[in-house]
Structure formats: C-alpha cells, structure tokens
Unconditional design. Structure first.
Lengths: 373, 370
C-alpha cells in the first residue's frame, strides 16, 4: 500500500512569539425579547382574515374533492357542472390565500409553486393519465398538479370533450384516478395548513400574534414579504405581464395561453378575487389593518398621505380588474387595450407596496425577482 | 485500523531535531506552559500533502463535470485511473510557489480512501461513464443531462455532487480522523512527524491559516463548516448551527501548539474533540442540503435532485465513518426516507428526511439554520 505522506521541510529553531490565545468573552446573550401590548393589527389579520381564509379554502377543497368523487362515480353533465362549480369556488378561495405563503403554508408546501403553477404541463398530465408512474406531489410533477391541472382536466375543449375524457376514452380510468389524486392533494394540504393555524391545532395563530416588530422573522415582515411577492410576481408578472408580453423592461411575444385558468376562462374572476384579498388585508377588513400602521408613520406621497395613495391605488386596480374583457386570453389575442391600461395601474401599485410601504414601515423586502421593478 | 507512517528518511531527519526546548517556558515540566496562537501559523507547518490530495480530487471533479454538457462522454477508465493515480492524467499545480507534481507524487486517492468505500467510489465512476454516454435529456427514469446542466442518473442522482460529498467523508474525513489524528498520534513516530501529520489534517479541512477571519478559497469541509454554522453567504458572526468553525479551529490550534511543545496529552485531547465531530458535520451537512433542496423547489426538479444528491452523499459518507455513534436502525431509517427515485420525492418527503436527522441528533432548535 502506498503511504500518504509528510513532505519533510526544514525546521528552523526559532521560537516564535505566539499570539495571545483567544479568550472567552463574558456576558452576551443578546437583547431581551420585546415585551408590551399586543399588536392589534396582527391580532385582527390573523384571527379575522388569515385563519378564516384558510378555513374557507379548506372547506371548499373538501367540497371539490367530494364533487370529484361523485363525478368519477357517475360522469354526466350534471355531476360535471357540480364539480366545475366547486372548482371555481375553491380556486377563488385560493386567490384569498396565496398572499400568506409563510409559516404553515411554507411548511406544508401549500405554495403557488405546487398549487398554482401555470401554464400547466398538459404533456405530463396526459402521460400520467395514460399510465406513467407518478407521485402526485412529487418534485417533478409540480407543473401537472394543483388548480391549473384541474382546470385542464375539467374544462379543456368543452364539456363534451371533458365527459368523453372520463367515459369513452381508452384512459378514462386513468383520468379519473388522476383527477381524484389532484383534488385529494389539495384537500389534504389545505386541511393541514388550516389545522396548523388553528387554535385547536398547531396554533400558529398565537405565534403569529406574538412575533411583533419589524425585524426579519417578525410576523409583519413575513406577511408583507409574502404579500408583496404575491402581488409583484404572481399577479403582476405571471397573471398579466407575461401573457401580454411584458416582463420588466423586456418585451416578449404575446402569450394569451399563459393566463391563469385558461381552460375555464376564470382568469378575470380570479384577478378580482385576489385584488379584493389584497385590499381586505391592507384595510384589515373592518378593523385594524396595514393601513393603520402606514397612517401612523405619517409617510407622504405626492403631496398627500402614503396611506391614502395606497388605498386609492388599490381601488383603482380593482376597478381596472372589474373592467377586463372576459375571457382574458381572448382579450389579449384581440389586443384589448384595457388590459395594458390595467397593467399600468398594477405596476404603480407594486411600487407603492414594494418601495413606499415597506420603507415607511421599516420592513425589508428580501425576495428578489429579476423584472427590474 | 492501522495504516501508514513508516519512518522515511525525512522523518528521521525531523525526528532528530531538537524542537521543543527553544519554545518552552521554564515552568514545571508536567504542565507545559505555552500559548496557543489564533492562526495556524506554526514555523514548520506543512500543507503540501494535503494540497496534493485536494488538488487531485478537484481535477477528478473537473473531468466528471465534463459530463454535465450533453454529448461529452466521460471515460470511467480514466476516472478510475485518476483515482488510483495511474496513467499520468493529472496536471501539475502550484501552491505557495511549490510545484505539486501530482502524477509523480506517489500519492493515490484510492489507497487513502476508507477501504470499504473504494469500490463504492469506483461504482460511481462507472455509472458516470454509462450515464454520460446516453446522449439523452435527463428525465424521470432516464439518465442524462438535465436542464440545469447536470448529469443525472435515471433516479435523479447528480453524480458529480454525490461523488464530492461522499469523498469528503470516505477520503478527506477518513484521512483527518483515522490517519492523521488517529494513527499518527498513537504511533511511535517522532513528535515532529506527529506535527506534520497534524498539519495535513488541518489543511485537509480546506481552510486558510487565518480561518475563519479569512474565508477566501475555502473548499470542501472548509466551505461546509461555515454553511452548517450559519450559512455561507452571511458573515459568521452569530453562530446558529453546530459551531463547527470554532470547534475545529480551536482544537486544531490547541493541538498543534501542544505538539510544538511536546505535550502529547493535550494534543490527543484535541484530536478527541475533532474525530467524533466529523459525524456531526456529516449529519448536519446532510440536513443542510435538505434546507437547500426546500429552497430550490421553485427552481424545478433537477435543481432539487442536485441538493438531495449532496445530502445523500454526506449521509453515505457517514456510513463509512468508523467513529459514528448513530445506531444502525437510525441510519437505515434515514436511508429509507431518501427513497429510490429523487424525481418522485415530495416536499413532505424532503421534510421527513430533515426531521428524522434532526430528531436523531437533537437539532430541532437549530435545524432551520443548518
């Protein structure tokens, strides 16, 4: 065996002056945790908005899963209409939860990546339906799962085609199995997140309420990072920008097929639901919200209060969403200018949230996208 | 296990030097009185053997990396020849103005790899040869090059990372623990030879003499001890992991200062800190890569496969760690959680790996920081 070895070097007999050895420093331990009264904004948002939003999502995905079971047992226009209705309801409930991708949602991977990656991978879905071995929540299956995959299976090419897919098609059994796996996964994950927030479950609500302050790791920081990311990346870039061919300073080919919910044509309603959720969170519904925090900073914008500027812009964005052509994909194909006008308002909103609001509140926005805003 | 250290001519020469007297303070001989430096600057410190091993490893990695470009077929024969240092495939490198003649160094990575792991490394090399010859795009069930420019096996193992992380245990960790700090301290070689063995151990860590103040050029464990302390991207100010950097650095400095002062007892005490710590480092690094995998979920399956391959590599390194304390049942339980195909692992499955490792080692409070 070969020996590893020490390459001899000459040794000089010099007594070196050794540096002082490191000494233990005394004390330390950091600053004591902040104490004081509860943050009423966190109490209200957690108790009256976030937890109920997940409860509604969980209930709606359970309803969807039951409707899928009924449809699979007896595919017909009646059962299909029921499952389509349940799907639309659950999808809109998701639009009111995608803003909370931290804590339990991150822990349970109930994230946009796994729940709402669009455009869905129809090749992968067909392969899975046709008998490929798949794991529904597997890391290589994210683009074939969640709401967009359901959107495809339940709506693509009209009701006759859908019913044929689940009845006369050679792989009808595979389609049923895949549909059931999709809805079951959503049901399971939303139930787990709801339970994790719930006071009778993991009670993340208490942790959320108690993590006050604005440092990284505080609930306000986690919430607003998720909130701004959802607006900037998911709503602005993926739901509108990329389909109309605008990504930051870059102009792309128009891609109407890349809108959210392209098969059901639910794109507009989902955008409206999402903006309403943004508004609801900002205003704290009828109670203390982000608006109270922004107002308390006395931050100014264009000669008025920043809080008023944000509220006005949220209303403007919502109005624009309500005026979008339906279905959105067709509107893009037809160069409907109201979509680009809406996008302009969305971008103004992003700057107000990402730059003005965050700096006024002292929140560091730590996610990075590369669209230049 | 007993390996190594015959008294070469050079060692005899060193052994004859009167070394300790000049540096000793004149206190009681039973309690050596010396100061421990804060950097690894000892007058006769020798790093060249360690640098030779690390350079060879890096050159093998470079050849494996060629397979990450579609169309490049990597020869398993060449890889195995490099592993055994036959065939003259290495390129000489220079370190601190010393030319390292790798091919003629007389050093072989293979013979210095933990014996039971030698065939395991060669199997990886054979697999790389086969996978690189497919010319396919990597997909679930298909070996080839992924969209992330990584050569993956049919079940999603990124070979280059799996090789490197395994080698960090079966070669680097083995040399540090079993050979340089184990056998050498307990053999009857001269104190000077023990000092040089200690130096090789330190430099196999892959850090500069003034680490962690200076982290330029850290590699292999030199990078990972920071990553599992508090993440590589931020300055190591607040240690939030398992404190590897200070644990290793303090022990290496104290042990080497002890050897410089003929204090073998203290040196052995420091070796007894470092040797078992490698189990923690391997497990913590395996866990760390599950955090990386979670963070990479949005970047697609191939990216996640890469992190999981690193994680599995570290966990495989632990398998060949002769000093591990983990039970066979616990070890096997984690292996089972990795599953048989990374393409099909779920995020919850990745979390399960992390949770199991954390629970075995009692790291629940720090697992998200590792």
């Amino acid at each position: 065996m070969k020996k590893h070895f020490l390459i001899p070097v000459s040794v000089t007999l010099v007594c070196i002056v050794l540096a002082v050895a490191c000494s233990k420093s005394g004390g330390g331990g950091g600053t004591p945790p902040p104490t004081g009264t509860k943050d009423e904004v966190l109490v209200n948002l957690g108790t009256n908005i976030i937890l109920p939003s997940y409860q509604q999502l969980s209930a709606s995905t359970a309803t969807l899963d039951a409707a899928v079971t009924a449809f699979n047992a007896s595919p017909s226009l009646t059962t299909l209409t029921a499952v389509q209705g349940a799907f639309k309801d659950a999808y809109k409930k998701w639009a009111a939860c995608s803003e909370f991708e931290f804590g339990p949602a991150a822990d349970q991977f109930l994230t946009t990546h796994f729940t709402n990656a669009f455009p869905t991978d129809t090749v992968l879905i067909k392969g899975n339906v046709n008998g490929a071995v798949y794991v529904i929540d597997g890391i290589s299956n994210f683009s074939a799962q969640g709401f967009p995959a359901l959107d495809y299976l339940l709506f693509a090419y009209g009701n006759d085609a859908v019913i044929a897919r689940f009845t006369t098609d050679a792989h009808a059994a595979g389609a049923k199995q895949y549909l059931a796996a999709l809805s079951a996964s959503l049901k399971t994950k939303t139930a787990a997140v709801t339970n994790a927030w719930s006071t009778t479950g993991g009670n993340y609500l208490a942790k959320f309420i108690n993590a006050t302050g604005v440092d990284a790791g505080s609930s306000l920081s986690l919430l607003l990072n998720a909130y701004v990311l959802d607006f900037d990346v998911n709503l602005q870039n993926y739901k509108i920008g990329i389909p109309i061919g605008i990504y930051g300073p870059t102009t792309l080919p128009k891609s109407p097929a890349k809108v959210e919910a392209v098969y059901s044509g639910l794109s507009d309603q989902l955008l409206i639901a999402q903006v309403q959720a943004f508004q609801n969170i900002y205003l704290g519904a009828a109670d203390k919200g982000i608006d109270d925090k922004v107002a308390a900073t006395n931050a100014q914008k264009n000669g008025g209060s920043l809080n008023d500027a944000i509220k006005t812009q949220l209303t403007a964005v919502l109005t624009r969403m309500q005026g979008l052509p339906e279905p959105l994909s067709l509107g893009i194909t037809n160069n409907n200018t109201t979509i680009n006008d809406a996008f302009t308002e969305v971008r103004k909103m992003t700057v107000l949230l990402k730059v003005d609001m965050s700096s006024a509140l002292g929140i560091k926005i730590s996610f990075a996208d590369d669209d230049g805003d | 296990m007993k390996r190594n250290f015959s008294a070469s001519t050079g060692l005899v020469m060193i052994a004859t030097l009167i070394f300790s007297a000049a540096c000793k303070k004149d206190s009681a001989p039973s309690i050596p009185n010396y100061t421990v430096p804060t950097t690894y600057n000892f007058p006769n410190a020798d790093s060249l053997t360690a640098k030779t091993f690390l350079s060879m490893t890096a050159e093998i990695e470079a050849v494996i990396n060629l397979g990450n470009t579609s169309g490049n077929v990597v020869s398993n024969t060449k890889l195995k020849s490099m592993f055994a240092n036959t065939g003259g495939f290495f390129t000489d490198t220079t370190f601190n103005s010393n030319v390292l003649h790798l091919n003629t160094s007389g050093l072989s990575l293979k013979s210095n790899t933990f014996a039971a792991a030698q065939p395991f490394i060669e199997i990886i090399m054979d697999s790389i040869g086969i996978a690189s010859a497919t010319g396919k795009v990597a997909a679930n069930g298909q070996a080839g090059v992924s969209d992330k420019k990584t050569l993956l096996s049919a079940n999603g193992i990124y070979y280059r990372q799996y090789f490197t992380k395994s080698v960090m245990g079966v070669l680097i960790g083995h040399l540090i623990t079993d050979v340089y700090l184990g056998d050498s301290l307990n053999s009857n070689i001269s104190i000077a030879a023990k000092q040089h063995a200690w130096d090789q151990a330190f430099y196999m860590w892959g850090v500069p003499a003034n680490f962690p103040t200076n982290r330029v050029g850290v590699k292999y464990w030199g990078s990972y001890t920071s990553q599992i302390d508090s993440g590589i991207v931020k300055p190591v100010v607040n240690l939030t992991g398992i404190n590897s950097n200070p644990t290793l650095m303090n022990a290496f400095l104290k042990g080497r200062a002890a050897l410089a002062n003929n204090d073998l007892t203290t040196a052995k005490q420091q070796a007894d800190i470092i040797i078992p710590f490698f189990e923690k480092m391997e497990a913590a690094a395996a866990l760390h890569e599950t955090n990386e995998a979670k963070g990479n979920l949005a970047n697609g399956a191939a990216a996640v496969c890469g992190n999981l391959s690193e994680s599995l590599g570290f966990w495989t390194a632990l398998k060949f760690n002769a000093h591990k304390k983990i039970s066979d049942a616990d070890y096997a339980a984690v292996v089972a959680l990795y599953g048989t195909n990374f393409w099909n692992i779920t995020p919850a499955g990745i979390q399960a790996i992390q949770d199991k490792i954390s629970s075995i080692y009692g790291w629940d409070a720090v697992k998200s920081n590792l």
